[in-house]
Design a protein around this ligand. Structure first.
Ligand code: G3P
Ligand code: CA
Length: 261
């Protein structure tokens, strides 16, 4: 198929392990990120939350209830308290078919530890979650990115909050940004919305369920990248590739890798 005069190849589709290879291992742990790497993921996707003492950690929810053996809000806990929690056993209980005794007792990683483990040349796709709850999240993120000399050409910062993305852009215009959207019925976007997003972001990430071929062609044809989330079925992966998406988030990067081949 042809997009703006260019032929898009399945092998170029960007494979983003969603929260790590989170279909196989407990989300947002070093083990799930490593598995994403082993399964040919192109990025490490990190959702950020911030502890009471200002440390950025990798977690999807703003409370620890679902993905650890603890309870409470992240912004009411110190990092030391967070580090006492078991972030793996819940996965073994919930997904016995993927359970592994090694997941028991794994810790919630800080962003610092993620950078430390995977290095500055890895591609990171980092989401500022609930930025309104965490004033200073963007500057803290930028400080760590600079401290670790993370390659900004391949870094992406994503958020559902345009405010957070614009704050990032102001702090450092060289960091590529992706605007996240969530549709509850047929996905539609106006020329004006596309133009607005293009002012600060290089792409859009959106839930795939209501996506249409027309939407994909309109967005990609207007020069924006498009990353649907979270795609966990082979047939749908193939369809989205045929429609011309840039890449996609999946809990099963091994599955997307096999579809690309
Ligand atoms: O970042 C893309 C996708 O992960 C957004 O959804 O809720 O899983 O962070 P969520
Ligand atoms: Ca995310």
């Amino acid at each position: 198929f042809v997009v703006e005069g260019e032929v898009a190849f399945a092998k170029d589709i960007v494979n983003i392990p969603h929260r790590g290879a989170s279909g196989h291992a407990p989300e947002h742990t070093l083990v799930s990120y490593q598995m994403g790497e082993n399964m040919h993921g192109d990025y490490i996707e990190v959702d950020l939350q911030m502890t009471k003492d200002g440390q950025l950690i990798a977690m999807h929810d703003d409370s620890v209830d679902r993905t650890t053996n603890g309870t409470g809000l992240v912004n009411e806990m110190t990092l030391a308290e967070m580090k006492k929690l078991d972030a793996g056993s819940w996965f073994n209980e919930q997904y016995p078919q993927f359970a592994n005794p090694e997941y028991r007792g794994v810790k919630v990683p800080t962003l610092w530890e993620v950078f430390q483990t995977f290095g500055k040349n890895k591609r990171y796709y980092i989401e500022t979650k609930s930025p309104e709850v965490y004033p200073g999240m963007e500057i803290t993120l930028l400080r760590l990115v600079n401290e670790y000399k993370i390659d900004k050409d391949t870094l992406i910062v994503e958020s559902f909050s345009p405010k957070s993305l614009k704050k990032m852009k102001k702090l450092d215009p060289s960091i590529p940004l992706v605007q996240l959207l969530s549709y509850k019925s047929n996905a539609m976007i106006t020329d004006e919305e596309i133009a607005n997003i293009r002012e600060y972001a290089k792409g859009i990430g959106l839930n795939h369920q209501y996506l249409t071929q027309e939407y994909v062609q309109k967005v990609v044809g207007n020069g924006l990248e498009l990353y649907p989330y979270t795609v966990n079925e082979k047939g749908r992966m193939q369809q989205l590739i045929n429609w011309g998406v840039t890449g996609m988030f999946t809990n099963f990067p091994d599955m997307l890798h096999s579809v690309k081949k």
